[in-house]
Design a protein around this ligand. Structure first.
Ligand SMILES: Cc1cc2nc3c(=O)[nH]c(=O)nc-3n(C[C@H](O)[C@H](O)[C@H](O)COP(=O)(O)OP(=O)(O)OC[C@H]3O[C@@H](n4cnc5c(N)ncnc54)[C@H](O)[C@@H]3O)c2cc1C
Length: 349
């Protein structure tokens, strides 16, 4: 009989970080993905670990801190297991705000120009944040190999069609047959409601582009405002993002949206006017009804980890850690009440 301790639907960052944590606790894990691992939101991302963004919801603070504390060890482990490198591309973010928090130190113009030569302040107040970023494509290349090297059974092109769970375990029907597991995790990102009807998660489409500047590197930090961000990707490449659209699972790349992003970025950082577009793409953030993740037990031997919206790369290792603790019968090390499904029921009565 085809079986394991834990079956996970979805091989994005949430499914795979949880799988790695469970495997480290000695659990036999199988992960199914309907397509290729790390080919959806987790690869589309800009790769900013934007834990210091003053615009983040306060409810994310503890999970953010946990995740950031795990990141160095997580990346080291993935690099070791996969034998692939995930270089840190930036170690600071310069963020423009409508109004900086009262206790924040705003950058003077010479400081701003020292960090991001040529930037146009355009009325924003800028603060410097201690944040790092990496290229999400590097993680997308390495993480599936790391997972396999850790002994996890990763089955690509194997959609989960349904999962029935009770006290005895989980019966999972996939396109290639039925599978049995001790427990089941739905980590299917924006697709999570397919397996969990009525779940308040929907795709929030984001357009992105990477441009190439002629000449050498001119900026080595992330430059971000509420309207646009510019992320150095090494050499003379910069990734620019992103829109947030409610357009279902429409994979069309709209040239008008790309043009709009490019112009916003070039208004903020005029050296980009010389750049040429190298790549464009879209991705589907899993957005929940209140923009916060959903991390919960939804029945006997059944869990959900979805809805990480704009911060799933940041929150991946932390989410994997708490889900693996919970699924192994331990108390998660941080309070997850803000992420439980009951909040939507409470909000609707
Ligand atoms: C344009 C863009 C920019 C972003 N930038 C950042 C950033 O800078 N920093 C940050 O922290 N976050 C960022 N994010 C958000 C982040 O990418 C997501 O929150 C995160 O990747 C969600 O991970 P996930 O594993 O839940 O979903 P996904 O990565 O989408 O993985 C879900 C997986 O489930 C699979 N699946 C679906 N249905 C089934 C099924 N029935 N059976 C089996 N498999 C199934 C899919 O094929 C997919 O591989 C960005 C997102 C986008 C789109």
């Amino acid at each position: 009989m085809d079986c394991c301790d834990v079956a996970i639907a979805g091989a994005g960052i949430i499914g795979l970080t949880t799988a790695l944590e469970l495997a480290a606790r000695g659990r036999k894990v199988t992960v199914f993905d309907q397509g290729e691992a790390m080919a959806e939101a987790s690869r589309a991302a800009a790769g900013m670990l934007a834990g210091a963004d003053p615009e983040n919801p306060t409810e994310l603070k503890e999970l953010t801190q946990l995740s950031l504390s795990l990141y160095p060890e997580f990346l080291e482990r993935v690099e070791f297991l996969s034998k692939k490198s995930i270089p840190i591309r930036t170690r600071a973010t310069v963020q423009g705000l409508h109004e900086a928090p009262r206790d924040a130190r705003t950058l003077s113009e010479p400081e701003l120009l020292g960090r991001a030569p040529g930037v146009h302040a355009n009325g924003w107040q800028f603060v410097q944040l201690d944040e790092t970023s990496f290229d999400a494509w590097d993680l997308a290349e390495a993480l599936p190999s790391a997972v396999r090297a850790a002994g996890i059974d990763l089955r690509e092109h194997t959609a989960v069609l349904s999962a029935r769970c009770d006290d005895g375990g989980a019966e999972i029907v996939t396109v290639s047959g039925t599978f049995f597991a001790g427990a089941f995790l739905n980590a299917t990102g924006a697709w999570a409601p397919v397996l969990e009807p009525a779940l308040p998660v929907m795709p929030r489409k984001g357009h992105m582009l990477t441009v190439e500047l002629p000449g050498c590197v001119q900026m080595d930090c992330v430059l971000r405002t509420p309207q646009v961000y510019i992320v150095p990707r090494g050499g003379n490449r910069y990734t620019i993002g992103s829109t947030v659209e409610d357009a279902g699972f429409d994979r069309t790349v709209d040239p008008l949206r790309i043009h709009e992003l490019f112009s916003r970025a070039a208004d903020l950082w005029p050296p980009l006017r010389e750049a040429s577009i190298a790549e464009t793409w879209v991705g589907f953030r899993p957005g929940s009804a209140d923009g916060l993740p959903i991390i919960d037990q939804t029945g006997a031997n059944r869990w959900i980890g979805a809805g990480h919206f704009r911060n799933g790369i940041l929150l991946g290792p932390g989410t994997g850690r708490v889900l693996s603790q919970w699924m192994s019968g331990r108390r998660p090390e941080i309070d997850l009440s803000a992420f439980r499904l009951g909040r939507f029921v409470a909000a609707s009565v």
